[in-house]
Design a protein around this ligand. Structure first.
Ligand code: AMP
Length: 402
């Protein structure tokens, strides 16, 4: 990727205006999962040690910009951020204007401040150049370190990069390198596992993957839609009846590119959608009228495991079944453990991403055992589609313009 990297630049005494993604879960005023903060801080600590002055921008939740609801104040992130950075973090209770500028100007080398929620301001989502201009007064160099926000052309991911020296942050570079190893130059055999609810939400993803990889395993409600398109009854299963043309198109693209599409040959079905529901194995092409397919069956799982055991690259998005409801988490958990074991053996580069996928890997207890797990949802999917994300495009454009 042809953009500037902040780690290659002289940052001593510079105010780095860093767009981070510190949108972490909070309960009773305390951060309950610091993963995002810790990953971000790991990249920032060496910059602080070199004498950078950090002015940190983030959004937090989805406040209505007209309300300034204190429930969405970033103040509650400060203790976890300070601990992870290893320095106190000052708060600027506004993200633009004289007071914020005074706070930023008073920072000393190695100090950090956090600006109040970007989404308190309408200008953020509107990609308003006026708002970005105000933000730009807080820093000398703009740094995008938020891959997970880079699929949105907002003021802090797009407009800012047009008006300042703009560089990629360490976490953003790490994420792009890890993802690139799995999709841009994957070691063969390269296999994707794509599951989840709907084909219609991942058409572009499937089209891109079948052109780049050797095999794509399709699971979950998506597999039901593929089976339905080939003429199988789907009973009460989650499936989309209007996607047969899309399915035919994806099959044709896969055939043209020599990519094997692997569908379940058997499924676990139940008559009720509830935890502990009695379930039975059914042939994938013979779903009874009163049954819904909620997970892949044992023969399918064995086939999927064989494919993964030969893979050198694994990309994963979406569960193979209704993993939130045991026992329908079974095949997702088993296959996730198989991918984790292959990763451990050093044979495989494995990359997973998307909100539900991370949750499913955590259910399987292997959230930390893939080569890379991206916490980005929308950005990860757009990357899987083969798009250059607006926030990354802005960095590339900024370097060209410099
Ligand atoms: P997605 O956001 O598209 O990755 O979809 C994830 C959701 O799909 C999860 O909530 C799963 O419970 C759901 N899901 C996956 N397979 C099935 C299935 N066979 N029937 C019903 N829901 C499913």
């Amino acid at each position: 990727m042809d953009f500037l990297r902040i780690t290659d630049m002289d940052v001593t005494g510079k105010r780095l205006l860093v767009r981070a993604d510190l949108n972490v879960p909070v309960e009773d005023g305390r951060v309950t999962d610091t993963t995002r903060i810790d990953r971000f801080a790991k990249g920032m600590r060496p910059l602080l040690a070199q004498g950078a002055r950090l002015v940190i921008l983030t959004h937090f939740g989805r406040p209505d910009p007209c309300e300034l609801n204190p429930a969405f104040s970033v103040d509650k992130l400060r203790p976890a951020l300070a601990k992870a950075l290893g320095v106190p973090v000052k708060l600027s209770d506004v993200c633009t204007g004289t007071s914020a500028e005074i706070h930023a100007d008073r920072l000393q080398n190695g100090e950090a401040m956090l600006c109040e929620n970007l989404r308190y301001r309408q200008g953020e989502a509107n990609n308003d150049p006026g708002f970005a201009r105000e933000l730009s007064k807080l820093g000398d160099i703009y740094v995008n370190d938020a891959f997970s926000c880079s699929h949105r052309a907002h003021a802090s991911t797009d407009a800012l990069a047009r008006m300042m020296t703009a560089a990629a942050g360490p976490l953003l570079v790490e994420e792009l390198d890890a993802l690139g190893a799995a999709l841009e130059a994957p070691k063969s055999p390269a296999v994707a596992v794509v599951g989840g609810a709907k084909v219609s939400s991942k058409i572009a993803v499937l089209k891109n993957l079948v052109q780049k990889l050797d095999a794509v395993i399709i699971g979950g409600g998506m597999a039901n839609t593929f089976l339905y398109a080939s003429g199988a009854p789907m009973g009460k299963s989650l499936h989309e009846q209007d996607q047969s043309e899309t399915v035919a198109e994806i099959r044709a693209l896969a055939a043209e590119s020599g990519c094997e599409l692997i569908l379940p040959v058997d499924c676990m079905g139940a008559t009720e959608f509830k935890a502990g529901a009695a379930s039975q194995v059914h042939h994938a092409l013979a779903c009874p009228d009163d049954v819904m397919f909620l997970d892949a069956g044992p023969k399918s799982l064995a086939k999927f495991e064989t494919v993964l055991s030969q893979a050198k690259t694994i990309l994963w998005n979406g569960p193979l079944g209704a993993f939130e409801i045991p026992p329908f988490d079974h095949s997702t958990t088993a296959l996730a453990r198989c991918a984790a074991a292959a990763t451990h053996s050093g044979r495989v580069v494995s990359v997973a991403g998307g909100g539900d996928t991370v949750a499913a890997l955590n259910v399987a207890g292997v959230g930390d055992e893939f080569t890379y797990v991206s916490s980005a949802g929308g950005a990860f999917l757009e990357w899987l589609e083969g798009k250059t994300l607006p926030g990354i495009a802005a960095l590339i454009r900024a370097k060209k313009a410099a």
